[in-house]
Structures are given as structure tokens and as C-alpha cells.
Write a protein of this length. Structure first.
Length: 559
């Protein structure tokens, strides 16, 4: 038997041995399918040889590895877009205005049930209401202090600091604020509390001396063996402050919290993956598209300006060089033009009193018809803006301020979808940034006995979560059709599907203030003899005033 025959026999035996008992021979996966090597992959997304996927080979990185190495570059680009692009600037401002706006009001809701269990029943709903009113009043005294002592720099009140912190979180990816203890500020005519907030630029949170991330150091966050952030490394000055070059190369270390749980540094960001310790800007996915739109916009504007400058010209059959040669020889052309000019001046042509301009034979007046902006520019702009709106959780109508192609149903649907993202963003910011600040302040307020506590109340440190439970009221959601939507809200409350507290909160109001104002208005209307609205006709104030008038009058004999 020849070598060639022996090789063929061994190959056949190998294929038979690969076959399962009682079945057909197994074909290697790399030879399966009509697509050659493409058949080796069960999922098209794993295909390494197709024309669509062959050159798409991103790296597999950790959450911190994806962000921290390139964070500074991404943040700088995000800020540049927001600074110089009107669409991006308006979109970011609208997010922050809708979530925080000009008011971010505290509604204290202590968990009196948990406190009652811990203290043997010393807490009830009446105490919770009294505590909430006192805590909210004290909070307003601190947060809206005319001296702005709540801010370490004494520049902003608390709502303004919340607004700026959320803007940092949206644009930079992080909101960062150490909570300082400054008892020296307390005094007559000065601060009422030693607690103060130092809002700082998140760029200053970084690894000391710009060293690479390690197992227990990620983007300025110090970690323990379980990945818990236990402290923060913060520069003394921003690295871009050239006049503070020495300070920018020194780092301070802050513990995350005190041994008894009081927060020392509040760091808020929205993680996309487990194991992530720094955030990213909401505009990061659309930076390239927004950059292209900005360049396209500038190119269209330049073309339009150029065509406007060269709008009109005269077309003549005479070559400029020929005309120059005739003028240099004997002036014949000039003499000819002089005779023509004298003729037209002596015989002007007019139509209804309007002078008709006359040009030399063969001369024509031409004008440039502007073809800019390009017909495809508007479609491209709309596509990019819709992409930006989707990435930032807004509707396209909100971003572009163009409601010309929107009816009630589509506008209502877009608003409801955007509201979901907005509410989630507001609630996450409240949990991650506003609540820790409120808890740190409330601990001092309780220590100063400025809020009511029953006897045998558990220490604040042991029941921190129950004491500091609260809600935050932001700007109103607004209406698309006020009549229809308010009727729906009334029907929902009548059927028990909603409450006055929820409806007022969606419109940026505190329901207790609404009820107090209603009571005041009814009393003032009755005092002035004014007709009451329908909802007030059943008021006890109204019934008490009407009762004497409904009694039967006595007769003349007093019987």
C-alpha cells in the first residue's frame, strides 16, 4: 500500500471514530454552514470575519478602566460642547431646571413606626407631624439664610448649591461636597449651625500625584478589601489654576464618614456598571455627533456669507486685457464710450417716472442666487438633536423648542416618557446628595434640641435612617392640557387612586400649605361677604355662618 493510500485510510478512520455510536459522523463546527468561517459562530454578534463585524474589536475593560484613564479628556470635551453649542447648553440647563430649578423643598417624613418599635411606643403620627413642621422650619432658616452660612464660601443658598451640584453631575459625571464643621461661625447675628457645605469641582478628586489606579485606589477614591469607598483624595486646588500651581500638587485625604456615621464627604454619581467609582457625563455618547453638527453649522453659515458678499456683478463681452490695450494705443474705445454716454444722458429712458439703466452692448447684470442653507441641513440637524434628546432623557420637542409638528397626544406621550427619566434623576440626586446633607444637619439640630423629641427617644446615630426619612419637592411637572389633566387628577383623587399630597408635589407645591391657604381664603371671603367657590360651600366655616339665618323667626308675641 502506498503512502498516499495509507494517509487516506487514516483520515477515513479518524472521521469514523469521531462519529457517535449509532449516529452520523460529527462535522467540525468551523466547516459548518454555507458562510465558511462565519458558520463557526452561533451569534452574528460574535462573528470576527464578516464585513460588518470583522474590524469591530473593542477591548474588554473594567468599569473603572473604561472611565478613569480617559476621564479628563471626556469631561473637557463635554464642557466644551456645553459652553459653545447652544443646543447642548439649553438641553443641560433644561435638565437641571426641571429637576431642581428655583426650589428644592424639604418635606420631613420621619419613620415614626420604626422609632416607636425602637422606643416602646413613644412615637406616633402626631409627633411625626410636629417634628416635620419644626424640622422644615429650622431647615429653611439654615438653607435660606440671608448670610448664606450653609455654604462654606458664603456665595449660594442651599437650593442654588443643589442646582450647581446637579449640573456638575450631569456635565462632569460627579457631584462632590465635603461637609465642614465650623463652630466659630456660630454667634449673635451669624450662623445658627456649625454644619456647612463646601461644594467643589469634581476634577479635584484624583489619585495623588496622578498615579495609576491600583487595587485600593480608583480615581481618587480609597477602597477597602470589599470595594467600599472609605475615603477621598482631593487636591488643594484645581490643576488648571496656574496661580495655585503648588497647591494643585498637594492632596488632602478625607474620610468618607465619622466613626458614628456622620457623612464627611458627599459624592454622588450614577454608575452604569458594578465596580464603578466615578461617573460620566450624560452627553458622552453624543459628543461626536454634536461636534459634527457644530462644524456643519459653521460651514453652512460661511457659505451663506460668501454668497451674500458676491451677490451682484456685471458680465461683459470685452476681455479686460483687450480693453486695456485699446486704451493705451489711441483712446478710440474711450472716445466711443464717451459718445455713447453723452447720447444716453441727452435721451434718458424712463417708465412711469422710473429711470431705466442702459448698459454697453453685450453687458449684462448678473445676481447670485443663494442656495444656502443646504436642503439636507435641517434633516441632519433634526437627527442629531433627536439623538441628543434620547441620550439625555428629554423629548425632541423639549430640546428643540419646536412644537409645530406635535399634537396633544404625541406631546403628552413625550412629556410622560421624559418625566420618568426626570423623576428618576431627581430622586437619585436626592438620595445620593441632598439626603446625606440633610441628615448631617439634622443630627446637629437634634443635638441642639431645636426639634421636638419624646422621652426615651433613641439616639440619632442608632436610628439615623428613621429620623432623616424625607421627600423633596422640585419644580412643577406642568400641563399639556390643563383642563383635561386637572379633571383627571380630581377624578383620581375621588376614586382613591391618588392623593392631594401626590398631586401637589407633582406641581411643586406642599399640600399642607395649600390646605392652610384654602382655609385662610375661605375665612377672608366670608368676612368680606364674597361668594365662595363650589368646593368651599361645604366648609364648616360656611355652614356655621349660615346656620343662624336658617332658624325660624319668632312671631310678634315672641312665641
Amino acid at each position: 500500500m502506498s503512502k498516499k493510500e495509507r494517509r487516506a485510510e487514516r483520515k477515513a478512520a479518524a472521521s469514523v471514530s469521531a462519529a457517535p455510536a449509532g449516529g452520523k459522523a460529527m462535522i467540525p463546527a468551523t466547516r459548518a454552514g454555507p458562510g465558511g468561517m462565519a458558520g463557526a459562530f452561533a451569534y452574528d454578534a460574535a462573528n470576527m470575519f464578516g464585513s460588518e463585524m470583522g474590524e469591530w474589536n473593542p477591548w474588554l475593560r473594567s468599569a473603572d478602566g473604561e472611565i478613569n484613564n480617559d476621564r479628563d479628556r471626556m469631561v473637557a470635551r463635554s464642557r466644551d460642547v456645553v459652553r459653545n453649542d447652544g443646543w447642548a447648553a439649553g438641553g443641560i440647563t433644561r435638565i437641571v431646571d426641571s429637576a431642581v430649578g428655583s426650589q428644592f423643598r424639604l418635606v420631613a417624613k420621619p419613620d415614626y413606626r420604626a422609632l416607636a418599635l425602637a422606643s416602646g411606643g413613644a412615637f406616633d403620627s402626631s409627633w411625626a407631624d410636629e417634628f416635620g413642621r419644626a424640622a422644615e422650619a429650622e431647615w429653611r432658616m439654615w438653607a435660606n439664610d440671608a448670610g448664606k452660612h450653609c455654604d462654606a464660601a458664603r456665595q449660594l443658598n442651599m437650593t442654588q448649591m443643589f442646582w450647581l451640584a446637579l449640573r456638575h453631575k450631569v456635565v462632569d459625571g460627579d457631584a462632590l461636597a465635603p461637609l465642614l464643621w465650623l463652630p466659630e461661625r456660630i454667634g449673635e447675628g451669624s450662623a445658627r449651625y456649625a454644619t456647612t457645605v463646601q461644594l467643589i469641582d469634581p476634577d479635584r478628586l484624583s489619585n495623588p500625584y496622578q498615579q495609576q489606579d491600583t487595587k485600593d485606589l480608583r480615581g481618587g477614591c480609597q477602597l477597602d478589601s470589599l470595594g467600599v469607598t472609605v475615603g477621598y483624595h482631593i487636591r488643594e486646588a484645581h490643576q488648571g489654576d496656574l496661580y495655585l500651581a503648588q497647591e494643585s500638587m498637594r492632596w488632602d485625604y478625607f474620610e468618607r464618614e465619622t466613626p458614628w456615621g456622620r457623612p464627611v464627604v458627599v459624592h454622588d454619581y450614577e454608575p452604569d456598571r458594578r465596580g464603578q467609582h466615578r461617573g460620566t457625563s450624560v452627553v458622552t455618547p453624543v459628543l461626536g455627533a454634536m461636534r459634527m453638527l457644530s462644524r456643519y453649522d459653521q460651514a453652512e453659515l460661511q457659505q451663506a456669507l460668501l454668497q451674500t458678499i458676491f451677490a451682484t456683478f456685471i458680465q461683459s463681452p470685452f476681455d479686460p486685457s483687450d480693453v486695456q490695450s485699446v486704451l493705451n494705443e489711441d483712446g478710440g474705445l474711450s472716445e466711443y464710450q464717451k459718445l455713447r454716454s453723452e447720447f444716453h444722458e441727452g435721451n434718458p429712458l424712463s417708465l412711469n417716472g422710473a429711470r431705466i439703466p442702459v448698459l454697453a452692448p453685450g453687458d449684462e447684470v448678473k445676481s447670485v442666487t443663494a442656495t444656502r442653507p443646504n436642503s439636507g441641513f435641517e434633516a441632519f440637524q433634526g437627527a442629531v438633536l433627536r439623538r441628543f434628546a434620547a441620550a439625555t432623557g428629554q423629548s425632541a420637542e423639549q430640546l428643540s423648542w419646536d412644537y409645530s409638528k406635535t399634537n396633544y397626544s404625541s406631546a403628552r406621550a413625550a412629556m410622560l416618557e421624559a418625566w420618568k427619566t426626570l423623576k428618576r434623576r431627581r430622586d437619585n440626586f436626592a438620595v445620593g446628595f441632598a439626603n446625606p446633607i440633610y441628615g448631617a444637619w439634622l443630627e446637629e439640630a437634634i443635638a441642639l434640641k431645636r426639634v421636638p423629641l419624646p422621652r426615651k427617644a433613641p439616639p440619632f446615630a442608632s436610628m439615623r435612617t428613621a429620623y432623616m426619612t424625607c421627600r423633596w419637592i422640585g419644580p412643577a411637572r406642568g400641563w399639556v392640557d390643563p383642563v383635561a389633566e386637572r379633571q383627571g387628577a380630581v377624578l383620581g383623587m375621588e376614586a382613591g387612586f391618588g392623593t392631594l399630597e401626590d398631586e401637589c408635589a407633582e406641581q411643586g407645591r406642599d399640600y399642607e400649605e395649600v390646605l392652610d391657604q384654602r382655609q385662610l381664603e375661605v375665612r377672608m371671603m366670608l368676612d368680606r361677604g364674597l361668594p365662595l367657590p363650589t368646593w368651599a360651600m361645604g366648609s364648616p366655616l360656611y355652614q356655621n355662618q349660615q346656620a343662624p339665618q336658617n332658624q325660624p323667626k319668632p312671631d310678634r308675641d315672641g312665641i
